[in-house]
Design a protein around this ligand. Structure first.
Ligand code: FES
Length: 174
């Protein structure tokens, strides 16, 4: 069964093609199985997921918008509000908290001059995250949903933030 296309005003043709490619990994009647990939593609394109954007994703997947919204609100990697040029998410769950993440989080807040859920003047959004499956590497953080940084000392955090602000890749936190 082909998708019911609503008026796509926000998703580009390229994004829709990528979502269709993800849908192709599942039986035709289970297009909704691609919802997490579709949300990632939509967020990569728009940086955050507005209600209108999620409705368009639902249209491509031929599923109720509320189901898309339920997925987007359950997982922490989806942003339902605008974020800065970069996003840093630090795990503060107990295993990491016992291994320095609380100190790292405070260092991040001090260096960025903002708290969790806020964006620094330099354009970096700081978020508190759940376990990232790398508890032995604490303090652990993820940059822009795709780059995991382990054993983040104050010095490595400083270098990471400098790299993000300057736009250089650097070797921080790898
Ligand atoms: S508790 Fe932090 S990565 Fe698992």
């Amino acid at each position: 069964m082909s998708a019911v296309r609503t008026n796509q005003r926000l998703l580009s043709a390229d994004a829709v093609a990528k979502i269709e490619r993800e849908c192709g990994k599942y039986p035709p009647e289970q297009r909704q199985s691609a919802v997490m990939s579709a949300l990632r593609i939509a967020q990569d394109e728009h940086r955050w997921l507005s209600n209108e954007l999620m409705e368009e994703v639902a249209g491509v997947l031929n599923m109720p918008p509320v189901w898309v919204y339920e997925v987007a609100t359950f997982y922490g990697m989806y942003d339902l509000k605008p974020v800065g040029k970069h996003k840093v998410v630090i795990c503060t769950n107990l295993p990491c908290a016992l291994s320095g993440s609380e100190h790292a989080a405070e260092h991040l807040k001090a260096k960025l001059g903002c708290g969790f859920g806020e964006t620094s003047a330099s354009g970096i959004t700081l978020k508190e995250g759940e376990c990232m499956g790398a508890c032995g590497d604490a303090p652990v953080l993820i940059v822009d949903n795709k780059r995991m940084c382990s054993f983040m000392s104050d010095e490595k955090i400083d270098q990471l933030l400098a790299d993000l602000v300057s736009g250089t890749k650097g070797k921080s936190g790898t």
